[in-house]
Design a protein around this ligand. Structure first.
Ligand SMILES: CCCCCCCCCCCCC/C=C/C(=O)SCCNC(=O)CCNC(=O)[C@H](O)C(C)(C)COP(=O)(O)OP(=O)(O)OC[C@H]1O[C@@H](n2cnc3c(N)ncnc32)[C@H](O)[C@@H]1OP(=O)(O)O
Length: 348
């Protein structure tokens, strides 16, 4: 003879939990078909060791996949609701069968269940925020250390070797600069994935513009390595970065140092045009070298001509550079206005 075990139930917005009171349950068979859950197992229940079974037709549609876990004392079943929501009761019949009762250990009313979801979400968000802040802090710290090394090294060498230091900047500094500028590509991804509140385009202009100069104009032409313009470009780039990255580092912890904020949003006013001017000088200086060496020139079929010199690309780049300067200066001007306007409002 088959018997019915005691079954306790509770719900959440997305799940139904059933607890079947059976000790040492074996040969468990649970399935959901046509919205009816059927359970059968052997175990020790209210009527001793026996075969127990029950079936429940759910109040609203559930998913056919059902999961269960058997412990020494009970069998826990989880059923997923087809649609998220709160049910008035568990089964279709209004009259509750005698073997079914609320599981007060897991029982929550609708608003408590919502609070539980909110707490779960907010703790997940907290973990995500900690990971994001940690990642950004480490990134900014690495960049700060890299650019500080560049800036301090160049300053010290300028004091010790005077004018001579202008000629060997590339040999002493370029490895660290290569590293920092390659790593800066991450900033485009940070903006694209919404890790930081900034536009992708200004960051893309900044990163690709600098990488073009360092890898193509300086990196590929040995003749450029000993040009003093390398010093000016590297010095102007690093001068802003030793302010920008610590500003971001403090920002990671919602902290600010007013002087640093002021410097971050003011130094670009002279530095950005000077930086782009230095880069333009470097590009102009490299044009005749690309023409002479034919490096990166595009070969043409014999009947048309010899080749297209890379210097054409450089001429286009010079135009883009001033377009990029205009876009980024406008962006930084807006950022400056936004930053200082907010501050003033907060102060009032
Ligand atoms: C399609 C490709 C076309 C290519 C064409 C190429 C043309 C190239 C032409 C241009 C060449 C430029 C070469 C560069 C020259 C120089 O650098 S010269 C030296 C002087 N330079 C500067 O002053 C510019 C320095 N760079 C920047 O300021 C930025 O890179 C920026 C993108 C131009 C502007 O930064 P942005 O992030 O938009 O502004 P912020 O106000 O600083 O940040 C906004 C908020 O985001 C937070 N945030 C940003 N980054 C981080 C981070 N890494 N970590 C943590 N937080 C970050 C920041 O805190 C701000 O948040 P709030 O404080 O809450 O507002």
């Amino acid at each position: 003879m088959t018997l019915t075990p005691l079954v306790y139930w509770a719900q959440r917005h997305e799940e139904i939990y059933l607890r079947v009171e059976l000790t040492d349950a074996q040969n468990i068979a649970v399935c959901v078909q046509e919205n009816i859950l059927r359970f059968r197992a052997q175990g020790h229940g209210a009527k001793g060791q026996n075969e127990y079974e029950f079936s429940l037709e759910f109040f609203l549609p559930v998913k056919p996949e059902v999961s269960y876990k058997s412990t020494q004392r009970q069998v826990n079943i989880t059923v997923h609701k087809e649609q998220r929501g709160w049910w008035d009761r568990l089964i279709v019949q209004e009259r509750k069968p005698a073997f079914l009762a609320p599981d007060f250990d897991r029982w929550l009313d609708e608003s408590d269940a919502e609070t539980e979801i909110r707490e779960k979400v907010s703790s997940k968000q907290k973990i995500e925020n900690i990971l994001k802040t940690g990642y950004l802090f480490v990134y900014n710290l690495v960049q700060f250390l890299g650019f500080s090394w560049i800036f301090v090294n160049m300053t010290v060498r300028l004091f010790i070797f005077g004018k001579d230091s202008l000629y060997d900047t590339f040999h002493t500094i370029s490895d660290v600069m290569f590293f920092c500028q390659l790593l800066a590509a991450v900033e485009v991804l940070n903006a694209a994935f919404g890790f930081v509140k900034t536009g992708v385009f200004p960051t893309l202009i900044q990163v690709s513009g600098r990488n073009f100069i360092i890898f193509v104009v300086f990196g590929s032409l040995e003749e450029m390595h000993r040009q003093p313009v390398v010093f000016f470009v590297f010095y102007l780039w690093s001068a802003i970065e030793i302010v920008r990255y610590p500003y971001y580092m403090l920002g990671c912890f919602n902290t600010e140092w007013k002087t640093l904020t002021w410097l971050r949003y003011t130094m670009w006013i002279p530095l950005y045009p000077l930086g782009v001017l230095a880069e333009a000088v470097a590009v102009i200086q490299s044009i005749h070298i690309f023409d002479e060496t034919k490096l990166f020139s595009i070969p043409l079929p014999k009947n048309i001509g010899t080749s297209i010199s890379f210097s054409y690309i450089l001429h286009i780049y010079l135009v883009l550079m001033f377009l990029g300067l205009f876009i980024n200066v406008r962006h930084l001007y807006k950022q400056r206005k936004r930053r200082f306007r907010t501050k003033k409002r907060k102060a009032n």
